[in-house]
Design a protein around this ligand. Structure first.
Ligand code: SAM
Ligand code: SF4
Length: 327
């Protein structure tokens, strides 16, 4: 019988993010320290079988409807297409968030394995700035990767841009034009305090309101009605497509959030900003039954708090950075 993952506020959770590795070939300044992080041991990563067992339980028993693979950089997990194939038998929307650098090589295999759509992170359209942000001189490869994803039919292709004041906020209109020209939706993400270097400050955040006003001055926009998805969406009034804005900082969407997360080392998280994690890895490796695993999952969602409270004095930063949690 279908049960539900429901928190104390009555929110039903149906959107799963799975981090398949904590490793990354980039070092984005807003996500990872330049010297890298202490990587997990290989034996600590959930195996494909463990990931698939958990996903199957979440889909078949709890009605999870969408799964997004993330990381670290998901494309550097060996045989990612093999995992996609294992998950693709489940009746879900199966997507991935990637830095895009290896998509020219990997997109056809991922599409053939059953991946349906893709988000590519891209924070600057200027080669020198791209290299400063990611510490990799890979802008052309990422742009080519976006084309490869479109050619492989991984649509809709969406572009994730973390907007940081004084870093790339002068490119808002350039990104809007890029999205309109290429037929891709650009999602602008407010900079969140999950950077490993802890350099985040309020001043660096460019709000949804400002993003929409600055783009709207060149390409007029109107709002699209909200769904459970975290992005507020807007369409160009001339029919030129849409943008999304993920306003995690200035307009918290906790009330409608239905997202749960599994880290690469098998910790189950009920919120991106959670300070507590639930050790699913040990349970899976102790020979637990599906009922026992289900009990952990249900209890973890029941324990979900009301909202993350960024900006309030009681906000506690999670101990792990975005790349370790799986953004
Ligand atoms: N490596 C993949 C990528 O970059 O798309 C997947 C993992 S990455 C952690 C997932 C998303 O989190 C990316 O779109 C990235 O831009 C975003 N992200 C990372 N750190 C962030 C921060 N401090 N604030 C807002 N978004 C962040
Ligand atoms: Fe790697 Fe993605 Fe974090 Fe950049 S945002 S360092 S590509 S995990």
């Amino acid at each position: 019988m279908l049960r539900q993952l429901i928190d104390t506020f009555g929110r039903v959770h149906r959107d799963l993010r799975i981090s398949v590795t904590d490793r990354c070939n980039f070092r984005c300044t807003y996500c990872m320290p330049a010297e890298g992080l202490q990587w997990l041991d290989r034996g600590d990563l959930l195996t494909f079988e463990e990931i698939t067992r958990t996903a199957r339980l979440l889909v078949e028993r709890y009605g999870v409807e969408s799964i997004r693979l993330t990381g670290g950089e998901p494309t550097i997990r060996a045989d990612l297409a093999g995992l996609v194939q294992m998950l693709s038998v489940l009746p879900v929307d199966l997507s991935m968030t990637t830095n895009g650098a290896t998509l020219r090589r990997m997109a056809p295999d991922l599409a053939a394995a059953g991946l349906t759509r893709i988000n590519v992170s891209l924070d600057s359209l200027r080669a020198d700035r791209f290299a400063e942000i990611t510490l990799r001189d890979d802008l052309d490869r990422v742009l080519d990767g976006i084309d490869a994803a479109l050619e492989a039919g991984l649509e809709p292709v969406k572009i994730n841009v973390v907007v940081m004041r004084g870093v790339n906020d002068d490119e808002l209109v350039d990104f809007a034009r890029f999205g309109r020209d290429r037929g891709v939706e650009v999602r602008f993400i407010e900079f969140m305090p999950l950077d490993a270097d802890r350099a985040w400050s309020d001043d660096a955040v460019v709000s949804l309101e400002e993003i929409v006003a600055r783009i709207g001055a060149t390409f007029p926009l109107e709002p699209v009605p909200r769904t459970a998805a975290p992005a507020s969406r807007f369409r160009y009034t001339d029919g030129g497509g849409r943008i999304g804005v993920v306003a995690s900082v200035t307009q918290k969407f906790c009330d409608s959030c239905d997202r749960i997360r599994l880290t690469a080392d098998g910790r189950f998280r009920n919120c991106l900003f959670a300070v507590d994690e639930f050790d699913l890895q040990s349970l899976l490796r102790s020979g637990a039954s599906d009922d026992e695993v289900g009990e952990l999952l249900e209890g973890a969602v029941r324990a979900k708090w009301a909202g993350h409270g960024i900006g309030r004095v009681e906000f506690i930063r999670p101990a792990r950075s975005m790349s370790q949690i799986g953004g």
